[in-house]
Design a protein around this ligand. Structure first.
Ligand code: NI
Length: 169
């Protein structure tokens, strides 16, 4: 496994459409293993392959609602994911590992069901709620070259960010 470099906002790769995966081979397994390591090191909630410069429809998302012994066990691997059901609405702060320190207010569905393939090519469905639902939408947007800044009603100002940090302490 190896850490991969996360592309920053402004890199044109982030605006490109990723291609579906058709071979569930070692290359994809290595990509997923590296993405897992990179996400955990960056302390993020989700990561999409284009963020590490690979234009393939691969994302990983942490299901933070799942009680596990280690954060690694919360990671869901999604290949060629599609949203097949949504319900409700949530409006809140959203960020991205490609825009460190920046947050915006984005409205997303509160429940999102995805259909995807696992690393061995087996199809499955997964229901995410709250932050997980938000992350599913955010990461799948990356596969179509979209960043959350396009959907943000408002990007937080430095003053608003200070308040946010104050609340966390
Ligand atoms: Ni992102």
């Amino acid at each position: 496994m190896a850490l991969r470099n996360i592309l920053r906002f402004g890199d044109r790769t982030l605006n490109k459409v990723s291609r579906p995966v058709d071979k569930f081979n070692d290359r994809i397994h290595t990509l997923l293993d590296d993405m897992r390591e990179t996400l955990l090191a960056a302390d993020g909630v989700g990561l999409a392959a284009p963020q590490v410069g690979v234009l393939r429809r691969v994302v990983i998302v942490m299901d933070t609602n799942k009680e596990t012994e280690t954060p690694e066990e919360q990671i869901i691997e999604l290949i060629n994911p599609e949203i097949i059901f949504t319900d409700g609405e949530q409006t809140g702060n959203e960020g991205c590992l490609s825009l460190p320190g920046e947050y915006g207010i984005v409205t997303r569905p509160n429940v999102v069901k995805v259909r995807a393939f696992d690393r061995y090519g087996k199809e499955f469905e997964y229901l995410g709620e709250g932050l997980t639902a938000r992350a599913f939408c955010h990461e799948i947007d990356h596969l179509d070259g979209h960043l959350f800044t396009e959907f943000a009603e408002h990007m937080l100002t430095p003053e608003e960010l200070d308040e946010l940090e104050g609340r966390d302490e």
